[in-house]
Design a protein around this ligand. Structure first.
Ligand SMILES: Cc1cc2nc3c(=O)[nH]c(=O)nc-3n(C[C@H](O)[C@H](O)[C@H](O)COP(=O)(O)OP(=O)(O)OC[C@H]3O[C@@H](n4cnc5c(N)ncnc54)[C@H](O)[C@@H]3O)c2cc1C
Length: 402
């Protein structure tokens, strides 16, 4: 019987193998169903790989995980973004922290991360079987029997790092694990509305998105796209609302505050304009610091005549404009994939995993890391961080065992 099988050569599987050292590495086999490993890492972060996030306190870090928040705390106390940075930098991958705290390789290329992981896995003498998908897994007396594309093998220990592959979840179900149904987590919102038509590319520095039916509020930059809304504020809303929005068939209403001022503040500001700039054309003078095209679109939507000057604004018109900027209702009809990063909520039920070791509570010597678990985060490098941390913990446990 062989010692360790890692099923899946993605971020979690490779980071685990990269941390095993030669002694254990030479008794480890990675089974990867495709011809090449680390394919998601390659396309991650728009090809730049947002490897982690500059948030170094586990208590703050877990707040970015709609699913896994409670469980990941002990995981991050063992290995957090500072450790990730040190790990890659010790292996000569220079990293940089961008203004929004996302961390990327200085090369701006995911290949730097991939090359590093490939090198470490090779150094550890881990065997990688490409085009060798695991079709089934069966518990036997002293370990596991795997049926793969190339044959049948027996291993003492199995680490499952298959990502969000529904097929493999079925195998885990047959071992007795509960699988939370998968739903997409990071996506953008489709919206066809005259107020944003033709305004793609306009962004708002800090907008607030409310989904009243879900009692959810998220803020951050907002972007108008040619299909609706995107940007961090939307992606956060999609992650926190993933399950509820799926249940609604992605048809729901949102309320947007584009400028993070209260409606009353905007009413006061416009009211003051009547006296401070009475003769200024409302269409030509935009008192806010978002692009004029959006201002004009809102004025047209509120049926304000192009000839009006500020002095002409009625109380009702002021109220309408203020509502459109701070409490605007938009109907969302569908979702689109966010190309830089998308993940799936759902997977192995967290109640069935011991987060001190990442071992199954139901089956000894069976471990999980990465997206196969019911863990996901908002965009920003948090999804990879969960993979690195979980895989690191398993590598330590395996060093204890072997
Ligand atoms: C376009 C895109 C961009 C992203 N960008 C970022 C980013 O910048 N930052 C970030 O933090 N996160 C990002 N993510 C999310 C991140 O990629 C995932 O969270 C992460 O890759 C999960 O790692 P994993 O090892 O669990 O699964 P994966 O990386 O999906 O790897 C699983 C591997 O298992 C293999 N496999 C599956 N089933 C079997 C089987 N039966 N037998 C053998 N092999 C099998 C698969 O072929 C695959 O290679 C992005 C995701 C996408 C899709």
């Amino acid at each position: 019987m062989e010692k360790i099988a890692v099923i899946g050569g993605g971020a979690a599987g490779y980071f685990l193998a990269a941390n095993l050292g030669k002694e254990i590495g030479k008794h480890t086999v990675i089974f990867e169903q495709s011809l090449l490993p680390l394919q998601k890492v390659r396309i991650s972060g728009g090809g730049r790989c947002n490897v982690t996030h500059a948030c170094f306190d586990p208590l703050d870090l877990v707040e970015y995980y709609p699913r896994g928040k409670k469980e990941l705390l002990s995981v991050f106390y063992q290995f957090q973004p500072g450790d990730t940075m040190a790990w890659f930098e010790e292996r000569k991958v220079e990293l940089k922290i961008e203004d929004d705290n996302r961390i990327f390789p200085v090369s701006n290329s995911s290949l730097s991360i991939i090359d590093c992981l490939l090198k470490e896995v090779e150094k550890n003498k881990v065997k990688v079987n490409f085009s060798d998908g695991v079709k089934s897994i069966r518990k036997i007396e002293k370990g596991f029997e795997l049926e793969t594309s190339s044959g049948t093998y027996q291993f003492e220990t199995v680490v499952v790092t298959t990502g969000s592959t529904p097929k493999f979840w079925k195998n885990l179900k047959s071992l007795g694990h509960k699988i939370i149904s998968p739903v997409p987590s990071l996506f953008t919102f489709n919206c066809k509305d005259p107020r944003i038509e033709g305004l793609m590319g306009i962004s708002f520095e800090n907008a607030e998105i409310k989904m009243k039916s879900e009692k959810l509020e998220n803020d951050g930059p907002l972007l108008i796209t040619h299909w609706g809304f995107s940007g961090p504020a939307i992606l956060r809303s999609s992650a926190w609302g993933a399950i509820a929005l799926n249940e609604k068939g992605y048809k729901f209403d949102i309320q947007i505050n584009f400028i993070q001022q209260t409606k009353e503040d905007v009413v006061d500001l416009l009211h003051n304009k009547k006296f401070d700039d009475p003769k200024k054309s409302i269409y030509k003078y935009n008192p806010f610091d978002f692009p004029k095209r959006f201002w004009i679109s809102i004025l047209q939507y509120c049926k304000i005549s192009e000839q009006l000057v500020f002095a002409d604004l009625s109380k009702k018109q002021i109220d309408l404009i203020a509502k459109e900027l701070t409490e605007a209702e938009y109907a969302i009809n569908g979702k689109s994939t966010f190309k830089d990063e998308f993940v799936t909520a759902g997977g192995v039920d967290l109640k069935e995993v011991n987060f001190q070791t990442m071992e199954s509570k139901l089956i000894p010597n069976l471990f999980f890391a990465g997206e196969v678990l019911n863990i996901d985060a908002i965009t920003g490098g948090f999804n990879f961080q969960a993979c690195w941390s979980e895989a690191y913990i398993i590598s330590n446990k395996l060093k204890d065992i072997y």
